[in-house]
Design a protein around this ligand. Structure first.
Ligand code: SF4
Length: 77
């Protein structure tokens, strides 16, 4: 289980989460940030600081944002 960054990050990339993550799990992609599921310790700190509410625990990603689970996985292939 990990946290997932969804569409509000695109074009925003505020990066508050990057500085907040205690284990440096959040990596910059071309259009958004991504969370490395192998590094994430599920602390929830990033979700709390995201100014555009783009971050969800995987089980709570809204239906219309579920494609970001695969997009995130693809980034770390
Ligand atoms: Fe980092 Fe915690 Fe967010 Fe995982 S849930 S990416 S460990 S801040």
């Amino acid at each position: 289980m990990a946290f997932i960054i969804t569409s509000p990050c695109i074009g925003e990339k505020a990066a508050d989460c990057v500085e907040t993550c205690p284990v440096d799990a959040i990596h910059e992609g071309e259009d958004q940030y991504y969370i490395d599921p192998d590094t994430c310790i599920d602390c929830g700190a990033c979700e709390a600081v995201c100014p555009v509410a783009a971050i969800f625990q995987e089980d709570f990603v809204p239906d219309e944002e579920k494609s970001f689970i695969q997009k995130n996985a693809d980034f770390f292939k």
